[in-house]
Design a protein around this ligand. Sequence first.
Ligand code: NAP
Length: 243
Amino acid sequence: MLKGKTAVITGAAKGIGRAIAERFAAEGCNIVLNYRSTVDEAVIEKIKSFGVQCLAYKADVSRFDEAEALIKAAKDNFGSVDVLVNNAGITRDMLIMRMTEEQFDSVLDTNLKGAFNTIRFASNIMLKQKSGTIINLSSVVGLMGNAGQANYAASKAGVIGLTKSVARELAPRGITANAIAPGFIMTDMTDVLKEETKKQMLEAIPLKRFGQAEEVAEAAVFLAKNRYITGQVINVDGGMVMN
Ligand code: NAP
């Protein structure tokens, strides 16, 4: 059911975004792979090896104009925008009393405003199509909070409010919007954490292991296929948070 559709994935040069792009390619979607700094040719080749087309598009999603250009490029190249995955994200961890304005703003700008920016333009297209699915990457930190991550937690909690509002607004035209809240997934983002922190986190995970990017990608494809789930937050966290 996803074959021939267009999937736009932000921040997809590595980590979870890359896994999501590959998983949608495996379903037969043409991929618009957004990246900010660089993307290896091997990443693009891997996606094409699934027999689909891949447009690698450089854009900083925190910028309104660049997000607009990204969504326009998707529509111009493939004729539709069927799946939008807002995956681009950053951390700038610091204790609240030492957090700079720049650390707060940059995280909010990418993680929350970035998602707004792409949805702002993709929703126009999806409304005309009367179909589409939006998947936003939140985090368990957005549900639980985390010392040293007030900026990140605020952005990821904001993503949940954004997702639920958009889900209500777009539902009458058959468009779904959901969030995925990963726990600890092994990527460059978590690789930088101290061994001691990783050990503590492992103890808080009932399944007693860190997650794989592919396990998040599987949830994204499930949400894109299912047309009767909207406004939900799906945790992919080894049981860290149980609602
Ligand atoms: P990652 O390995 O650090 O990858 C993040 C990607 O986002 C990078 O390719 C980065 O590109 C891109 N990016 C950052 N800012 C961008 C911008 N303004 N415009 C476009 N692209 C941008 O992180 P990850 O672990 O795969 O995380 C992916 C998403 O899952 C994030 O939203 C993250 O918050 C969320 N998440 C991750 C975990 C985890 O445990 N890993 C847990 C919960 C939630 P550059 O390298 O060029 O900057």
